[in-house]
Design a protein around this ligand. Structure first.
Ligand code: SAH
Length: 251
């Protein structure tokens, strides 16, 4: 089994990269694809950069050139569902491109020709990831992230949620857009900028995929977490911890 793992930002992928062994790095279209062993499993790890085009092109190259058996995207997101707090983790069971609109109101979000609005992720990967996140939060999180950062970010006992993740080429940080998204997207949990693009590519190549996001902000006017610090001091640990627990538990 070969796992494809994608993160958008350098700060998110750094810890995973430093844990990889037996690596071969291949540069294609300004992306470094690192093929090697991670926590005992065969992995191809790559930084996509930010946004739907960057992540779709990265996923396409990853699948076409390295043939992973599944693709997992890890990163941060803005929590829209009122039950979500900074530090909670969302596993996307469906992904939608919230900025896709061909001008026909009843077909908003629908991708032409595919006729799909919501791309489903792989149920068994999702279940394994829910378990991995829970294990990380219970067993390792407090060793990785010092108390002062947990306090600074307001993280107490993070919860794991499953729901819709909406992606668009926009950092969402205003109440009006937040409310519009919550009203128009079914079962919306959080917003980010890559997941649905990767899910569409995986759908078209028929490769199982999953998207894991730790909540970094509340995608509205009163977001008071410093995003850059959150990625640097917390998100990278969630990503490494989750992937470590996930890959270690895989047969
Ligand atoms: N300010 C940073 C970029 C942040 S873009 C810079 O200039 O480099 C935000 C990244 O985190 C994207 O990869 C996106 O997937 C995710 N993200 C976190 N919170 C988000 C939000 N509220 N809206 C959209 N994307 C968000």
């Amino acid at each position: 089994m070969k796992y494809g793992i994608i993160c958008a930002m350098e700060e998110e992928i750094r810890l995973l990269l430093s844990d990889m062994t037996d690596c071969t790095v291949t540069e294609i279209a300004h992306r470094a694809f690192t093929h090697g062993t991670l926590y005992g499993k065969e992995v191809v790890l790559v930084q996509s950069r930010i946004g739907k085009v960057a992540s779709a092109s990265t996923a396409t190259t990853l699948i076409d050139r390295f043939a992973p058996d599944c693709v997992i995207f890890c990163g941060t997101a803005g929590g829209v569902a009122p039950s979500l707090h900074v530090g909670d983790v969302v596993i996307g069971d469906k992904l939608v491109q919230h900025d896709f609109d061909c001008g026909v109101p009843e077909r908003i979000f629908e991708i032409p020709l595919l006729g799909i609005k919501y791309f489903k992720t792989d149920a068994s990967l999702n279940q394994a990831l829910v378990n991995a996140v829970k294990n990380y939060i219970n067993d390792e999180m407090r060793n990785d992230i010092p108390d002062r950062y947990l306090k600074e970010f307001g993280i107490q006992s993070p919860a794991v949620h499953t729901g819709t993740i909406a992606s668009g080429d926009q950092f969402i940080c205003d109440n009006e857009k937040n409310q519009w998204l919550y009203t128009h997207v079914n079962d919306l949990a959080c917003v980010e900028m890559e997941g649905a693009a990767v899910a569409q590519v995986c759908y078209e190549f028929d490769v199982p995929c999953a998207v894991v996001r730790v909540i970094s902000d509340s995608a509205n006017d009163d977001s008071n977490v410093d995003f850059a610090r959150f990625v640097e001091e917390a998100a990278c640990h969630f990503t490494r911890g989750t992937m470590k627990a996930f890959l270690t538990a895989q047969k």
